[in-house]
Design a binder for this molecule. Structure first.
Ligand code: PEP
Ligand code: MN
Length: 333
């Protein structure tokens, strides 16, 4: 349930109303928007008399929120959330380009890639240290050493970094990481989401291979309801009957999620297509669809990459892509 307050409601009146609602054991989430102040009531609202609430002098209107996601819901928070990470903003008109290799391989490789993507205009460096691989025999990432090398690349270039956390026991290694990624395979690892909700780190939550948008939003709700409001959603392709591409990029996720939630939406055309030549057109389409950012895999030597070489752009290809999306963004303004 949400209660929209009238213009001119004083702080004291608002506090008084919130205290009354809390006495009925509902949690109250306050959103001070540009236009209105909204109180979002979470929990068992059966004791709240809607008619009585609506009749209060300071209350403009009261609505039931039928969706199971509440804090994530745009009805709770009409203004776009802007997530800030290491000086970079994402959402609410701020567009971010995240680029870098699938995995951190060596110091030279990650520093070279970091510098190359920075020179080409990237805002944030990506690189996997803990890799969720389908085969236990495949390269599993450099783990702790990978994080250390990413931090060196951050220091060398000044780019904020994003990397995936698979197990909460590794959280302390992520102290200097700017955005923690939850991978597609962990989208419904609810214990992990709850623990990340207790941190103050921005979280990029990737959509699961076979999850609906509502399930993605419910997973974001786990993080937000544990206290962390800094969530970025990422569509990275879903499983369908199509086998030509690695996954099927559900671009309609962008406008649908923008309708349903205030959280920023990023598109990953690399994992979505699995083929480097398909990355630029799908990245361009994502920008045109209104995405708040893209995350693209870029490798200094894709043919010899330890992971996901086939979908990785060379630095030159990435630079071209970035110019192209710059023009599309200009055209949209
Ligand atoms: C990744 O971004 O490195 C990754 C493993 O992606 P996903 O979780 O989307 O497969
Ligand atoms: Mn990858």
């Amino acid at each position: 349930m949400i209660a929209i307050l009238k213009h001119g409601t004083t702080e004291a009146q608002q506090e008084h109303l919130i205290a009354w609602l809390r006495r009925m054991n509902v949690d109250v989430h306050i959103s001070h928007g540009q236009e209105v102040t909204i109180l979002g009531l979470i929990g068992d609202t059966s004791k709240v008399d809607m008619e009585l609430l609506s009749s209060l002098e300071i209350v403009e209107s009261v609505k039931r929120v039928s969706e199971p996601f509440k804090q994530v819901n745009r009805k709770f928070n009409p203004d776009d959330t802007v997530v800030a990470a290491g000086g970079v903003k994402i959402g609410g008109g701020h567009f971010a380009v995240i680029a870098g290799p699938c995995s951190v391989e060596t110091e030279e490789q990650i520093i070279f890639c970091a510098q190359a993507v920075k020179d080409a205009g990237a805002d944030i460096l990506r690189g996997g240290a803990f890799k969720p691989r389908t085969s236990p025999y495949a390269f599993q990432g450099l783990k702790e050493d990978g994080i250390r090398l990413l931090l060196k690349a951050k220091e060398a270039t000044g780019l904020p970094i994003i990397t995936e956390l698979m197990n909460i026991r590794d959280l302390e290694l992520f102290a200097e990481v700017d955005i923690i990624q939850v991978g597609a395979r962990n989208m419904q690892n609810f214990d992990l989401l709850r623990e990340l909700g207790k941190t103050d780190k921005p979280i990029l939550l990737k959509r699961g291979l076979a999850n609906t948008l509502q399930e993605l939003l419910m997973s974001a709700e786990y993080i937000m309801s544990s206290g962390n409001q800094q969530v970025i959603l990422c569509e990275r392709g879903i499983r369908t009957f199509e086998t030509y591409t690695r996954n099927t990029l559900d671009l309609s996720a962008v406008p649908v999620l923008h309708e349903l939630t205030h959280l920023p939406v990023v598109i990953d055309p690399s994992h979505a297509t699995g083929k480097s030549r398909l990355v630029p057109p799908m990245a361009a389409a994502a920008v045109a669809a209104g995405a708040d950012g893209i995350m693209v895999e870029v490798h200094n030597d894709p043919v010899h990459a330890l992971c996901d070489g086939a979908q990785s752009l060379t630095p030159e290809q990435f630079a071209q892509l970035n110019q192209r999306i710059g023009k599309i963004r200009e055209a949209l303004q």
